[in-house]
Structures are given as C-alpha cells and as structure tokens.
Design a protein around this ligand. Structure first.
Ligand SMILES: [Zn+2]
Ligand SMILES: [Zn+2]
Ligand SMILES: [Zn+2]
Length: 221
C-alpha cells in the first residue's frame, strides 16, 4: 500500500496490514476492517480510514486537518464542511462522511441535475453560450474552439479558460470578413469594367469580321 506513505504515513500507526488488500484498525477494542482491491480507489479508502480514526477515536493529523480546512476546491459551493472529513450537501442536507472529492462529485451528478440549470444560466448570463457545448450526462462543458473539456461543477470561472484557439479563430474570422469585404468592393467595379471592355472588343472584332467579309468577297470577285 504505497499510498500510505508520505503525507499519509501517520495512518500506518493506527492500522494493521492483514494482506495486500486489507487493513484493520488496531485501536483496542475496534476491529474495523477495510478492504480495497481497486488501486484507483486507494485514496478513497485512506480518507475513509482517516474519517474513522477521527470520528471514532479522535485521532487526526494536524497537517491533514489544515489541508482540509484550507481546501478551496470549488466543489464547496455545493457542500458545507461540517467537521473534519465530514461534509453536508447544500441541496439535500445529506452528510456524506466521504471527504473524497470524486465521490462528492458523483453524489451531485447522480442527485442534483439542478446544477446544470444553474451553470447553464451562469453561462448565458456571461454570454458564453456560443463558446461551450454542454454534456448533461457527463456534467461537462466542451470549448468549441480548442476542445478543452471542463467540469461543469465549477461554474463559469473555471470555464472561462485562456483560450488561445478562440482568439485565433476570431482573428482569422475577422480577417476573412474584412478580406471578403475588400474583395466585394474591388471586384464589382472591376467585373463591370471588364465586361464593358469585352463588349468593346467583341463588337470591334465583329466589326472587323463584317468589314473583312465584304473585302474578301471583293477580292474573290
Ligand atoms: Zn477503529
Ligand atoms: Zn445532495
Ligand atoms: Zn478553448
């Protein structure tokens, strides 16, 4: 369990490794067991153990507590931090006891489609609707210029990324527009003129032919 190293090392003082996937709380009289076979979910398990240590045994790590207190993830616009490793959903008042942001997001995604309405309105208010395509299932917004995908949870502050592609797009669009205008302005008179010249040429040519024909006829005679 490599993830129990570094800033999570202190957790080892309170758990016992049973096998590669299982740890047990080693506080007297507590035999709480944690099993995790999915490497991707290891951080979630560690947070669950921390949450258990704090709420059941009043054991915590000050550095970790400060990290929690100072965590400014924008997810907190939808949740209140009630206590260490304990948050409450502002929509349904449920306490998740998870403290694991991906799982908090999952809760919002599963139960609070109203977030999409909120963000849609925010996007419209800031006239960004043309720039983003919203995927309601994925809770994501896709920048139409650079294909950057942003999580919708974080509102428009995060959506408005520095989009170099957008600037390029708008520049080349305005360049094309002005080119287009120039072309129109210049070619119209030019075409009329060239048509007129062509007419002159053809008519004179016709004249020549007309003149030549009788001359030829004359010569033949
Ligand atoms: Zn315990
Ligand atoms: Zn909720
Ligand atoms: Zn972009």
């Amino acid at each position: 369990m490599a993830a129990l190293e570094g800033s999570n090392k202190w957790v080892w003082n309170h758990v016992l490794k049973l096998d590669n996937f299982t740890v047990q709380c080693n506080i007297d009289g507590c035999d709480q067991i944690y099993i995790n076979r999915n490497r991707k979910l290891i951080n979630r398990m560690i947070t669950t153990i921390k949450e258990h240590l704090y709420h059941k045994h009043e054991i915590w790590n000050e550095e970790d507590r400060l990290k929690w207190v100072n965590n400014n993830d924008l997810i907190w616009r939808y949740f209140d931090k009630v206590d260490l490793y304990k948050e409450k959903c502002k929509f349904c008042n449920i306490s998740l006891h998870q403290a694991h942001i991906p799982f908090i997001k999952k809760h919002l995604q599963r139960h609070h489609q109203e977030i999409i309405t909120i963000v849609r309105k925010e996007i419209a208010d800031k006239s960004l609707s043309q720039d983003f395509e919203i995927d309601e299932k994925e809770f994501s917004a896709l920048c139409k210029y650079c294909n950057v995908k942003k999580n919708i949870f974080y509102g428009t502050d995060v959506l408005t990324h520095i989009c170099s592609k957008k600037n390029q797009c708008l520049k080349s669009m305005s360049r094309q527009k002005s080119k287009h205008n120039n072309v129109n302005r210049k070619t119209q008179p030019r075409t009329q003129q060239s048509i007129a010249t062509e007419n002159v040429i053809t008519s004179s040519h016709h004249d020549d032919i007309n003149k030549q024909v009788p001359r030829n006829q004359d010569q033949q005679r």
